[in-house]
Design a protein around this ligand. Structure first.
Ligand SMILES: [Mg+2]
Length: 406
């Protein structure tokens, strides 16, 4: 029986192989077989977001400065990350995985946990089932991956990491500590560069060396982190699999106090709605490519119209589209009762992972700043000039009328 929040008893971890490069190669097969580095041009300040096996052979790895990657492998193809494509493919992987088990966690853009607890009768043999999942994704999306199956998330993830070189792995029940023991501490999730150096200096090179020492040694050094580290080294992990729920739509509506005919009032309402939807998208970490405008006339006749755009979560882009839709929709000389902006086809926004063009960066940090001010000072603390004008004109006494105008 599945209890939400309970640790799994069997768990599969999947990690897509060189995910960004794999997607780039689907988009451009000419990249096959060539060293590929995703992150930007070699002269940019950024770092490597992903690279192909061919590039790794030259010593290139993720998070390495692009300039250094270029020195090691000047013949590589350098690409700007097209993260909306990565997010789309990531969503398609999630969809396929959701068909296999009732509980799936999306840990990152290319990493997933499946809860296999109590699924024995459906799955049958774990090994052949794992192969089936892998081949389904390879067959349907042509994306390679590595997986590990074990009692808990930690051991399954280490199994995947080991499997990147050694092939997919399954750790039988009760063999968790034995499996971990001979591996270098670096492979353990949660051990960063600093801790690795610490432990190596103390003569602790393998996971098994941690397990062999007393718990007290690690709690004295690292407190609670030390306790977890010691548990992990013995293959114990109580972390639950956090069910993934894709939010498909997000919207906001405004019903006017009195039905309106004044286009400026409608424009102001649209701006506020766009700002609300934009903020919701950003707070939840989404981008949208589909915007729908809803317009209800005073006689309750309702019209809607939809437009596709490039993925966005920026207020001004959403407003621009909403305004175009409004001009197309508002065809009767009848008062308007309600306006609404809806967005669908949402994908996760992984943009903050990468270094983008300066303009995008500026607009991103502008909105982050605005969202922060709104959170601290109330949602009307910052608003567009025309919205403010409308409010003042309407003679409404609003405490936020003195907000910053942008
Ligand atoms: Mg990966």
């Amino acid at each position: 029986m599945f209890e939400p929040g309970a640790a799994p008893t069997r768990c599969m971890h999947l990690d897509m192989d060189t995910f960004f490069v794999s997607v780039e190669r689907l988009l451009d097969p000419a990249l096959n077989g060539r060293p590929v580095i995703v992150g930007g041009t070699p002269y940019q300040r950024g770092v490597v977001a992903g690279c192909s096996r061919e590039a790794r052979r030259y010593g290139v790895h993720s998070a390495m400065p692009l300039r250094q990657a270029y020195e090691l492998c000047p013949q590589a193809v350098f690409l700007h990350p097209s993260f909306t494509h990565y997010a789309e493919y990531s969503d398609r992987v999630s969809e396929l995985l959701e068909d296999f088990v009732p509980v799936m966690e999306k840990a990152s853009i290319d990493e997933f946990y499946l809860d296999l607890s109590g699924c024995g009768r459906i799955l049958g043999n774990e090994e052949s089932w794992g192969v089936r999942v892998k081949h389904t994704i390879l067959g349907e999306l042509r994306l390679p991956l590595t997986y590990g199956i074990a009692r808990n998330k930690l051991v399954a993830k280490v199994a995947t990491n080991v499997g990147k070189r050694a092939g997919d792995m399954r750790v039988p029940e009760g063999r968790e500590a034995d499996f971990l023991a001979p591996h270098p501490i670096r492979i353990m999730p949660g051990i960063g560069e600093v801790m690795e150096r610490d432990l190596l200096n103390m003569g602790i090179p393998f996971i098994g060396s941690i397990a062999a020492l007393s718990l007290r040694l690690f709690t004295n050094m690292y407190g609670r982190v030390g306790r977890t580290l010691h548990e992990h080294s013995r293959g114990i992990d109580h972390a639950p699999i956090l069910p993934y729920r894709r939010q498909k739509t997000l919207s906001a509506e405004h019903t006017f106090n009195e039905d309106v005919l004044d286009p400026r009032a409608m424009e102001a309402a649209l701006k506020q709605l766009a700002a609300r939807v934009g903020r919701d998208l950003r707070e939840r970490g989404f981008l949208t490519r589909t915007v729908t405008l809803k317009l209800r006339y005073a006689d309750f006749i309702t019209a809607t119209k939809t437009l596709h755009c490039d993925y966005t979560n920026a207020d001004h882009t959403l407003y621009g589209i909403a305004e175009r839709l409004f001009r197309a929709l508002y065809t009767r000389r009848v008062r308007v009762r309600l306006l609404g902006i809806g967005t669908s086809d949402l994908i996760d926004d992984y943009g903050q992972l990468f270094l983008f063009s300066e303009e995008e960066e500026k607009s991103d940090s502008l909105y982050a700043g605005l969202d922060d001010i709104r959170r601290r000072f109330g949602k009307h603390a910052i608003t567009y000039g025309s919205v403010l004008e409308q409010r003042q004109e309407a003679g409404r006494r609003t405490q936020d009328a003195g907000g910053v105008v942008v």
